[in-house]
Design a protein around this ligand. Structure first.
Ligand code: RIB
Ligand code: CA
Length: 315
């Protein structure tokens, strides 16, 4: 079964691995990349997306989106995780024969949803400002998309920016609140699953062996990313968070999902927390009135890793 998707992204090293995985997957039809600030400023995210498309030989629309959170000041970005260039400081040459689509990310999302009603899955692997803005541009958007899959949140585990908040949600909690409350089907791949699958240097070597161009890029860019994740760890590993929502579209059997009422905190202390109340665990109206989302709680690490390496080897 083929899935039409729009990938909303803040590339970013794990974003790059996910984008190439989507490009390589026969089951996935990427209609476009919509960029957002997060790991890096949105201008860099947009240029990095063009570079990834050119490297992969993909001639699809790339749009520049929101560069600021819905509320509050400019983000601090995550150059300490992804490097000054967002690609692990490997000084990869920027795209020369790709130009941005003139539309904003939000406008592109709305245009494509109107063009392909009910067919597109929005896959968001960065902060959610573009999706929130698209909802404001087109209030009927939830009826026009097939579903929303996000890498973000931490339902039953600690956060990675604060003890309670994961980066993509923390970066734009007010936008996330809008997205979680909209009348569409949201499936959340948070740290509950992404932090259970560490990837070794051998995995990076395999990606490079299986796909010199895109696998080689990920191998080289991820060395900096491994350094970040390996502080205070015995083994040198990293976590490719962003590919999981795409892997779920390719093979849903890899994941166990649970449903629950979702609330996103926007108070200063807990901002970005994604709290999930499974059905029949509360009588509070504040929670029962919150929309239910699907939350990934388990993943088959071995089969997932095999899917990534096999897919990267496809010509
Ligand atoms: O918390 C991990 C998420 O934040 C990933 O999407 C990573 O790319 C960063 O955006
Ligand atoms: Ca990301």
């Amino acid at each position: 079964m083929s899935h039409k998707i729009i990938l909303d992204t803040d590339p970013g090293i794990d974003d790059a691995m996910a984008i190439f995985f989507a490009f390589q997957s026969p089951e996935i039809d990427v209609l476009g990349l919509t960029t957002v600030y997060g790991n890096v400023p949105v201008e860099m995210a947009a240029q990095n997306a063009l570079t990834l498309c050119e490297l992969a030989g993909q001639d699809i629309p790339v749009c520049k989106g929101v560069g600021m959170p819905w509320v509050g000041k400019e983000s601090g970005y995550a150059h300490f995780v992804h490097g000054d260039d967002g690609f692990g400081n490997i000084n990869f040459p920027p795209a020369t024969n790709r130009k941005l689509d003139p539309r904003s990310s939000a406008q592109f999302i709305v245009d494509m949803a109107r063009q392909h009603p009910g067919e597109i899955t929005l896959v968001a692997i960065g902060p959610l400002g573009n999706l929130a803005l698209a909802l404001r541009l087109e209030p009927e958007l939830p009826k026009l998309v097939k579903g929303v899959s996000i890498m973000g949140g931490a339902a039953f585990v600690p956060g990675n920016v604060t003890p309670v908040a994961e980066a993509n949600i923390w970066n734009d909690a007010f936008a996330a609140e809008i997205v979680f409350a909209a009348d569409w089907e949201v499936t959340m791949f948070g740290l509950d699953v992404t932090m259970t699958v560490p990837f070794s240097l051998e995995f990076l070597d395999t990606l490079k062996r299986n796909n010199q161009k895109c696998g080689g890029f990920v191998h080289d860019a991820a060395q900096f990313y491994v350094d970040f994740y390996s502080q205070n760890r015995e083994q040198r590993v990293c976590f490719f968070h962003d590919a999981m929502p795409i892997a779920h579209l390719v093979d849903p059997s890899l994941f166990e999902l649970k449903r629950g009422h979702a609330r996103v905190s926007t108070d200063p202390l807990n901002i970005g927390q994604t709290s999930i109340a499974p059905p029949n665990t509360t009588t509070s109206a504040d929670w029962l009135n919150a929309r239910q989302v699907n939350v990934a709680v388990k993943v088959d690490s071995k089969r997932l890793t095999q899917l990534y390496t096999d897919t990267y080897s496809l010509s």
